[in-house]
Design a protein. Sequence first.
Length: 240
Amino acid sequence: MADTLKDNLYVNEPIEKIKNTQDKVNITFKEGISKSYDFVVLTAPASTYKNIDLSGAGIEQEKLSLMQQIGYGQNYKVALPMDLSTLKDYTSIITDSSVSFFNHDETIALLYISSNIKNISNIEKICRKGLNLPYGNLCAKLEIAKNQLYETYTTPVMHSWMDDIYTLGSYSGYSTTLSEELDKKSYQGGIEYKKLFEPIQGKLFFAGEHTTILDCIGTMEAAVESGERAAKAILKTIHQ
Ligand SMILES: Cc1cc2nc3c(=O)[nH]c(=O)nc-3n(C[C@H](O)[C@H](O)[C@H](O)COP(=O)(O)OP(=O)(O)OC[C@H]3O[C@@H](n4cnc5c(N)ncnc54)[C@H](O)[C@@H]3O)c2cc1C
């Protein structure tokens, strides 16, 4: 992909503004660089739209406001280095707010936590008790994972997707405030879309798990489905 994109690949350059002009879509990066493209696919989570200036993107205000109301989960993960090879009876502990599971060689306990819990040490305590492991408080030494690919850690580490400015939530879901809107579908040029995420003026497309036409929003499958469909739609537009 990098070979194909050549100078059009911008790493660590968040988009700050999207503007639909007469025949192009103009995007501006945080550093101020501005580029115009025939087609743009916005794949950022809807939770982050509030950090992008979309006022000139051609999205109806009411629609934009609904997009921004999509509910996002508050999940986070905590990885604790532990020797779990002595586990006999149980290999997982489920509480009302967390699930624990382990890597294949049983040296890392992974806590998958589903809400914003103030005292993570309590979850560790419950897990240790349930697994018959000696008392310990590794969570007292928790580090926040760095924004760095292929980083290695020897200390307990966590990442919270709701505190990550590029996700602001773990994944989208149906909520009491927005449910019916997420199910509405429409067709443009023979391609099906979630009505909320129809393409804008045939140039600005949306992808990402929140834009899927599948029922399983919030999953990898949903993200892939939406990306493939956006690619098909663009190819169709080019070849018509
Ligand atoms: C803890 C956790 C567990 C999960 N478990 C599962 C599971 O078991 N099975 C499953 O199918 N799914 C699971 N998911 C969900 C799955 O990871 C997501 O549905 C999927 O990654 C969504 O893909 P996406 O491309 O829509 O969004 P993302 O992967 O979030 O990609 C969006 C990208 O947009 C970028 N971005 C944001 N703002 C800007 C900006 N202004 N400019 C430029 N780029 C920007 C972000 O940096 C990010 O790279 C899990 C998610 C979490 C958080």
